[in-house]
Design a protein around this ligand. Sequence first.
Ligand code: NAD
Length: 252
Amino acid sequence: MDLQIAGRVALVTGASQGIGLAVAEGLAAEGARVVLSARREGPLEQAVARIRHSGGEAVGVPADVSRAEQIAALLDETRKLLGDPEILVANAGGPPPGLADQLSEDDWAKGYELTLMSAVRLATAALPAMRARKWGRIVNITSLTVREPLDSLTLSNAFRSAVTGFAKTLSNRVAAEGITVNNVGPGYTATERLEELFEDEAAKERLIEIIPAKRFGTPEEIAAVTVFLASQQAAYLTGQTLIVDGGAVAAL
Ligand code: NAD
């Protein structure tokens, strides 16, 4: 299927590794012109080189999405380099773990900036040009924790649910203007980050045992759903969260 996004400008944040990188690669493979962003210049340049090597069009712009002024600068630079983003994939590293009664004011403030306000600011900054064109796709990468909170991930549970509420509310505002707003909630996905979380092989095996698919997902499997949401074909799909988890969430 031709997803009809060749030539579209896409901005993907948190794109130097893992799910963000796979999304950027997936969009570039469809012919989108992709701006990859992450904090560190070195890994970002390697990610850009990987895409160019496969024949895709990509540039890198460093930015920390937990900082309002850096998001503004990222959008300015994106416009200068490739034009206004028509596809926005808002992604970043997850907020630090922590139990609900053990987080400080500072932990909450940082989680708010990184996880909620990054999605709000990126969407708000990209929206005017999407409205002018009457075409846009916004996808936030959240987590399966919006359906099934995990005790150790309080900040993720709280702020990704807030992102979900924001996305649904925004989607209603812009649905008649050719703009969709959705979320992809990854389940356990084999990225560097997930590997770091395991103390030993036995802990990993125990987790795999409770996933109906009996394996972790791949970044490419999360990316495939995200890229579809950015497609022309997904024009009537908005305000939704698609959980891509091999069946891990037990609820309906
Ligand atoms: P990852 O840690 O491997 O990659 C995160 C990317 O975001 C990296 O490129 C990193 O440099 C970048 N980043 C981190 N903080 C940033 C910031 N402040 N500003 C800009 N860029 C920043 O993570 P991943 O496994 O690819 O996951 C992506 C998202 O999906 C995360 O939010 C994660 O919590 C969520 N998620 C992942 C899993 C999983 O199993 N991997 C499951 C559920 C949800």
